[in-house]
Design a protein around this ligand. Structure first.
Ligand code: ADP
Ligand code: MG
Length: 472
């Protein structure tokens, strides 16, 4: 059998299975699965990770066999194998579960494309990205508002719309959502969404074919051109020339252009000035890493979307400890949900801390696992005392002194804990640093912090922040 007939077979099986499995389970565990081999009654089913394998083995075995028998009587045995490539963009063996759930033609996966006109290919807009499910906070309010305005009146006031910001902060979401929203308002408009890589390839292809029609004419019929990650056009002169003409053509015809980039136009290196100055003719908005409240709101929204119930303090912990991008925030949450489903449990601070820890270089689990901490850190106790006193805005003499007020005691205990934990100084040595305290006092303090870290997510956040400052 060929890969594609395996795929047809598996799709048929999944269609039948769909009604027998809870939707959430179906989506989580059958996404990117595939029949790898089917020979002599033995079917090998590939899955992208061990979680899926374990879950399917434990929960699905019998139902699966009986379902397959409805289609093929000869099956006697099913084996699940982990194939990590399943689910990566260039591995097409896996079945896209979303496509089985919804029959509407636009609900196709992001990696698929549609041909809009001769030579114009657009990636399908992901219907999951909407302006309504984009959580708005201080740091992305303007970007969201601009997208709303553009979708209500494409080619109008804000043209081009230029959205910039770091990785995983929602640019692609906003761009695709705007495309979706334009189509909702104006179903007849033609919206093309391309990544700048794709755009470059098309141009190279067109040049290679010496196609008679100039490249810019291809986009005649497009009402809105969305180009994601324009920074990748840097140093590609030919592409930039063609893009310049295409842009002008669209702009002169009052067609909407929406662009995203990792930097504002002025800072884009390797892009012609005449292009970047065009970008500045319209509206420039940025997306920033959202503040704590917005992060929490995003987590809550994603929980609702995935129908997951997670305790508020666990969500707060995630919101506190993920500091790089919304994508990572979402990643931690999805892993926590998947793991909880697998283990039939609910996520705890401890379990999500492990996930955060895996994703981060620094140790979100500080104090949870005391053993095996063998990092060599060349720092002095003085450094740690400086950092702690700076963090809590306490003068050294108070931190090191005898005051037993809680607001001073706690930072002092944390400083002791960090010196012990990170520098491995003896309790006696630490005692001497802190006005000659007895070693049992230090021991008690360190112990206390370790215990509290297990329960107190705010303390854990502080300790993590301190460690980051210490370069851990
Ligand atoms: P970028 O293109 O900037 O690298 P993405 O648009 O791919 O980032 O965003 C990463 C993930 O985070 C996506 O799943 C997106 O839906 C989600 N996301 C980002 N910002 C928000 C937000 N404000 N509200 C809801 N989801 C968001
Ligand atoms: Mg993106």
């Amino acid at each position: 059998m060929t890969d594609s007939s395996y795929k047809d077979l598996w799709t048929e099986i999944l269609k039948r299975l769909k009604s027998k499995v809870k939707k959430a389970h179906f989506v989580t565990w059958f996404q990117d699965t595939a029949v790898i081999e089917f020979k002599d009654g033995r079917m090998i089913v590939g899955v992208p990770n061990v979680y899926a394998r374990d879950w399917l083995e434990n929960k699905m075995g019998d139902d699966l066999v009986s379902t397959i028998r409805e289609i093929d009587q000869t099956v006697s045995d099913i084996v699940f194998e982990v194939h990590p490539n399943l689910g990566l963009a260039d591995d097409t063996r896996g079945v896209d579960i979303q496509s089985l759930l919804d029959k509407s033609p636009r609900k196709i996966r992001g990696k698929q494309e549609v041909k809009l006109a001769e030579g114009v290919v657009s990636k399908c807009l992901n219907p999951k990205h909407t302006l309504q499910n984009f959580v708005v906070g201080q740091d992305n309010r303007l970007a969201h508002a601009a997208c709303m305005a553009v979708s209500a009146n494409p080619g109008g006031a804000y043209n081009p719309l230029f959205v910039y910001g770091g990785v995983g902060l929602g640019k692609t979401h906003l761009l695709q959502a705007t495309g979706n929203e334009i189509l909702r308002h104006y179903p007849d408009k033609v919206v093309a969404y391309v990544t700048s890589e794709r755009f470059t390839n098309e141009i190279i292809e067109a040049i290679g074919k010496r196609s008679a029609r100039s490249f810019k004419d291809r986009y005649r019929n497009v009402d809105c051109l969305i180009i994601d990650d324009i920074q990748f056009l840097a140093n590609k002169e030919m592409t930039q020339v063609e893009f310049f003409h295409t842009f002008n053509e669209l702009y002169d015809n009052r067609k909407q252009v929406i662009i995203s980039s990792d930097k504002p136009p002025k800072e884009l290196k390797g892009l012609e000035a005449r292009l970047t100055s065009r970008f500045e003719m319209g509206m420039i908005v940025d997306v920033q890493f959202p503040d704590f409240e917005t992060r929490l709101a995003i987590l809550n929204a994603k929980c609702r979307e995935h129908q997951a119930l997670i305790a508020p303090d666990v969500l707060e912990f995630v919101a506190h400890n993920v500091r790089s991008s919304v994508r990572e925030l979402e990643g931690v949450l999805l892993q926590a949900i998947a793991q909880a489903q697998l283990e039939n449990s609910t996520p705890t601070i401890r379990s999500v801390a492990r996930i955060v820890q895996k994703l981060n270089k620094y140790d979100a689990l500080a104090g949870y696992d005391d053993a095996g901490d063998d990092r060599a850190v060349a720092r002095s106790p003085q450094d740690i005392i400086d950092i702690v006193s700076g963090y809590y805005k306490l003068p050294h003499q108070q931190l090191l002194g005898a005051d037993r007020h809680k607001g001073i005691m706690r930072p002092r205990q944390i400083a002791m804990y960090l010196i012990r934990q990170e520098l491995k100084h003896s309790y006696e040595e630490i005692g001497k640093l802190f006005s000659g305290r007895n070693h049992t006092t230090v021991m008690h303090a360190v112990d206390k912090v370790m215990k509290m870290l297990r329960k107190d997510s705010l303390l854990l956040r502080d300790v993590n922040a301190l460690k980051v400052e210490m370069g851990m």
